[in-house]
Structures are given as C-alpha cells and as structure tokens.
Design a binder for this molecule. Structure first.
Ligand SMILES: [Zn+2]
Length: 294
C-alpha cells in the first residue's frame, strides 16, 4: 500500500537524508585502521654486524618508522651497530651498551676481563641509557666481570638490561639494591613468578620480547592479564632482532602488539606500548641528545 508522501521525489529526499546521516556517522566513527596507530616503544632491538651489512642504517630506520615506533632501545654486537643507528635517527634510537664485540662472546664474556676495559672505553666515548642486553644465569652473576658491570651502571646512572633467570636478577640486586634492571624476556618465566619478582623489586621492569604466550591470537592470556593489571607501569614490549632476518619482523611485531594490547584497558595498553619506555628512558634520552649536540 502506498504511504503518503512516498512518491519518487520524497523517496529521493529520504535516501539523501540517510546518506547524509551515514556520512555524519562515518565522520564520527572511524575504523581502527584510520586512527593514528598506538605508538610503540620497542625495548629490545639489536643491530649487529651482519644486520648492518645487509640492512644499511637508513633502511633499518625506515623499518622502525614504518612500525610506528616512538622509541627503540638498541644494543648490538658490536656497539658500532648501535652507534650507526643512533647517528641515523638520534630522535628514535636509545643506545644501550652491549658488552659483546662479536656475537660469539655471548658465552665467554663473563670470563673475559678485557670486556671491562672495552666497556669503560665505550662509556668514555659515547652516551647510553643502559648497559645490556647481556646474558647471565645463576651464580655467574657473582663473577667479577658481572660485578663490574653492575658498578659501572651505578657510576654512570644507567639501567641494566639483563637476559637472566630470576636467581641472577636477585644476585644483581644483591650487589646494588638501587640498580634499575630491565629483565629481558621477563626471564621467559611464568606470569606468576614475574609478578613475585616485580613485587619484591620496585626497580625491576620486564620486557616481553621474543615470547608470544601473553598475547597469542590477539588476546591477553589469563595470568598475564593479572600481571599487567597489577603492574601496568612495569612491562615493555620488544621484537628482539637477534638475527638480521628479524628486522623485517619489527613492523609485524608492532602490529601484533597493538592487537593484543587492545584486549587491555586503554590506559594499561598505552603504558605497556610506549609510556613506560618514555617514563623510564625519556629524560635520559633527551639529556643525551642535548649533550650530543653541544
Ligand atoms: Zn636480545
């Protein structure tokens, strides 16, 4: 049955009106992809010799920018890689001093006293926000080289980036209770154990690099959710580019991080995504830039 006022012209007006409403709604509601993506502070990057041979600094920085990174904590074997990347993008790259002159030193550095002189000469020549990432487990954290690293971090006011089990983290705090430690990969430990450690040590933070159990399938896993909600200001994300191939994963890692972070309250997601990185290292990074340009 025809409805009053439903002639062709009024139908046209209705269609126009709904189109306008539709446009108005579209202007208010933007799909997630059209919004500025959540910035990411990537707390675990390496730009080691084989990476810079294959991926020149300009191209590496282009990937970091493409990933939408706000900051990138970079350490390399050797440190020359970090310096190359920092020179290319001082606004983005936060240098961390890795003790390894070659990747092969991962297994020997703790027993090599020449590492100490190497660290001291780099600290005299360049500015950093951290020493690390280095690998140390259990009682090896009591070895003289490791003890000296903890001392150097204290003297220079730097963070430690430690790939360790909980025991080696405890031992480093035993040497300097005021040390500030970023626990690489959250020790590959369980969320329950990570929470215990964070409760015990107010100067401990944890990066979630090279693990996926916390956000598999874009959902925050139970256990991790409790950890993130209890300590929203103590977690960071990171890619861990320990081989050159993984540089091409930096963009995907940022995308995936945004996906699982969206399963958390926005304020918590922002902290883990980038605000914690900014809170920890932002002032040091700015000071470092000022001194570099003086
Ligand atoms: Zn690493």
């Amino acid at each position: 049955m025809p409805i009053a006022g439903s002639g062709p012209s009024s139908q046209c007006a209705l269609a126009r009106r709904s189109l306008l409403i539709g446009l108005g709604a579209a202007a208010l509601w933007r799909p997630a992809s059209a919004q500025a993506p959540l910035p990411i502070f990537d707390a675990h990057l390496h730009y080691s010799h084989d990476a810079w041979e294959r991926l020149p600094p300009k191209d590496a920085v282009a990937l970091l920018r493409q990933a939408g990174l706000r900051g990138a904590l970079v350490s390399s074997s050797s440190d020359d890689g970090t310096q190359k990347l920092f020179a290319e993008a001082p606004d983005l790259v936060l240098p961390s001093l890795r003790p390894y002159r070659t990747r092969a030193e991962i297994g020997t550095w703790l027993h090599d006293p020449t590492v100490v002189a190497h660290l001291e000469s780099r600290l005299a020549a360049h500015r950093y926000v951290a020493i690390g990432e280095y690998h140390v487990f259990g009682a090896d954290a009591e070895l003289p080289v490791m003890r000296r690293v903890v001392e150097l971090a204290r003297q220079h006011g730097l963070f430690l980036h430690s790939h360790s089990d909980a025991d080696a983290v405890e031992r480093q705090f035993g040497q300097d209770p005021r040390a500030r430690i970023v626990w690489a990969h959250a020790g590959f430990d369980t969320p329950e154990r990570v929470r215990e450690m964070l409760r015990r040590h107010p100067n401990l933070w944890a990066d979630l690099a090279y693990r996926s159990d916390h956000g598999a399938g874009g959902r925050v896993a139970p256990g991790w959710r409790e950890a993130f909600l209890e300590f929203p200001d103590r977690f960071l994300v990171g890619t861990d580019t320990f081989t050159p191939e993984r540089w091409h994963y930096v963009v995907e890692h940022a995308r995936w991080s945004r996906e699982w972070l969206a399963d958390l309250p926005p304020a918590v997601a922002e902290r883990i995504a980038w605000k914690n990185g900014e809170a920890l290292f932002g002032a040091m990074h700015r000071a470092l830039l000022t001194s570099a340009t003086r």
